[in-house]
Design a binder for this molecule. Structure first.
Ligand code: ACM
Length: 525
């Protein structure tokens, strides 16, 4: 911070006016002389050093890329964002000078970090790989006026403030989960959410593909899982499922936005849709009816039957074959109809199956009540009020090498109501306004967990009450941006007073993108 203040003194008066406005929370003056300050970005960059002249995108600007396919792809992605609103051609080319340059170079950026240099002659984003260039492009978007997001020609001018950003993430796991079981969401709806996640440098899309109310992924060896088990949803609608081609398209699209898909098959509880589809999976051999309510904890796979493990092997094998990512999530939460002894036995048999098909186990943190496999990741979804004993169990596993992804329900469950008046969502974890959601530190959140065990932060979206994209957006925005910042930005940048001003600047961008969001009174929009 001291470094930044010192640098600001060297700036021209116009930029100081803009920064002054930022400090007081007032809207900055807009116009050619006041580009968005380099630090008005979410997630907060690791280091910002403003100074020098801004760069202006004009009709002559080129997007210059290294002559590699992956760099060109990021360049085309940027061009697709800039062309409709600027009305400029913005050719993506390996030739010429100046303009917006995307450049691969070895450096201290890590796998996902980048450096952005802006001045009169151009903007250069440098990174070790395409992911870093892509994240740098997200920063560049936020430095341009919100109108750049519109799909019709806007007046501009298109200025990028001068200076340098050096940025690299705090954590490698910056996730968002979407429950496509309680309500089904189409491939296009998932893609829309992926695009929104990418804006905040989220890099994991966790898909909750099965639950009591619906099985959402085609499994060739057990076809009724999808055709019957996927045929309804909460409230009794038609439901749906992803064909293998659909799922591959989601994986491809997510990868094009540098997100890795983490598929979840929740077991041994949350399995009514599977149990309804195949009578032989039930201990009594009788298939229960499909379920369209919202209770939890009433279903369990039959831990004592061999066919259960044939089923698990087939499902994990087929899902692993569709999934290029490293992880496979096996759920393990709320197994209230499974005895502890059975739960431990089940996890002992199932975790090696995940390894056999080349994936790393992820489970909800109840997995730490069994013995997590070597290298497993536990996703913590407790509350402030979760018992010390339960937290200690997670901490003990973490000290033994289990990774921890933090999804505290009373902070980053995006389906919790903001206030008692929020028309959508649930409130079992309490009411979670924007400040509460943002204002915690993943590094010291769970007592006794070594900092090195924390893999990152994930914001789950459970969909008992949510069925449209507009519903997802209203619950995700603005809280998703805060979860993304907790996963990306160094703890030293954390602070509500500064964050709320940067967050307010996202509002016009969300409007331009057609994102439905909650105008929290805590944020100076
Ligand atoms: C959960 O919310 N049952 C993981």
């Amino acid at each position: 911070m001291r470094q930044r203040h010192r640098t600001f003194r060297l700036l021209g008066s116009l930029l100081l006016v803009a920064m002054g406005a930022s400090a007081t929370g007032a809207a900055p003056a807009r116009g050619p002389a006041s580009p968005t300050p380099l630090d008005r970005v979410v997630p907060a960059p690791a280091s910002v050093d403003p100074g020098g002249s801004p760069y202006r995108i004009t009709r002559d600007t080129r997007i210059r890329v290294d002559d590699s396919r992956e760099t060109r792809r990021v360049g085309e992605y940027l061009a697709d964002i800039l062309r409709p609103s600027t009305g400029y051609r913005l050719p993506v080319t390996a030739h010429g000078s100046g303009g917006i340059r995307l450049r691969l170079a070895k450096g201290t950026f890590g796998a996902e970090g980048y450096r952005l240099d802006s001045g009169r002659g151009g903007v250069t984003i440098t990174a070790a790989g395409a992911a870093g260039l892509f994240h740098g492009v997200q920063t560049l978007r936020q430095l341009l006026p919100a109108a750049v997001e519109k799909d019709s020609v806007q007046p501009g001018p298109w200025l990028v403030a001068g200076g340098t950003i050096k940025d690299t993430p705090r954590y490698g796991w910056r996730g968002a989960m979407l429950d496509v079981s309680r309500h089904f969401f189409t491939v296009d709806q998932v893609k829309r959410y992926v695009d929104q996640l990418a804006l905040y440098k989220i890099n994991k899309l966790h898909l909750h593909l099965s639950d009591d109310q619906g099985w959402r992924i085609a499994i060739d060896s057990w076809p009724r899982l999808a055709s019957y088990g996927g045929s309804t949803q909460v409230g009794g609608g038609a439901g749906g499922y992803y064909t293998k081609a659909d799922y591959k398209e989601i994986v491809r699209y997510a990868a094009s936005r540098h997100l890795e898909v983490v598929p979840e098959i929740d077991m041994p509880g949350h399995t009514n849709a599977a149990l309804a589809s195949y009578a032989e999976l039930n201990c009594d051999g009788v298939a229960p009816p499909l379920y369209t309510g919202t209770e939890v904890g009433f279903s369990s796979l039959c831990v004592g039957k061999d066919i259960t493990y044939d089923f698990v092997d087939d499902v994990i094998r087929e899902l692993a074959a569709l999934t290029p990512g490293r992880y496979l999530h096996i759920g393990g939460d709320e197994a209230h109809s499974t005895s502890h002894e059975d739960y431990v036995r089940f996890m002992e048999r199932v975790q090696p199956v995940v390894a056999k098909y080349g994936k790393t186990v992820v489970g909800w943190h109840q997995l730490t009540g069994a013995t997590p496999a070597a290298g497993a990741v536990a996703q913590y979804w407790g509350l402030d009020s979760t018992s010390a004993e339960e937290k200690a169990q997670v901490a003990k596993a973490a000290r033994n090498g289990t990774g921890v992804v933090l999804s505290p329900a009373d902070r980053v469950y995006l389906d919790m109501k903001y206030t008692a008046d929020t028309p959508l969502g649930l409130d079992w974890a309490g009411l979670v306004e924007v400040k509460r959601s943002y204002d915690w530190d993943p590094g010291d959140y769970l007592p006794g967990v070594p900092a090195s065990a924390i893999r990152g932060v994930e914001a789950p979206m459970w969909t008992e009450t949510l069925s449209r994209s507009a519903d997802l957006e209203y619950m995700a925005f603005p809280r998703l941006a805060g979860a993304a910042e907790l996963g990306w930005s160094p703890a030293s940048t954390h602070g509500w007073e500064g964050y709320k001003v940067r967050l307010a600047a996202q509002g016009p961008r969300w409007e331009a993108l057609g994102i439905n969001f909650y105008r929290s009174p805590q944020v100076p929009w």
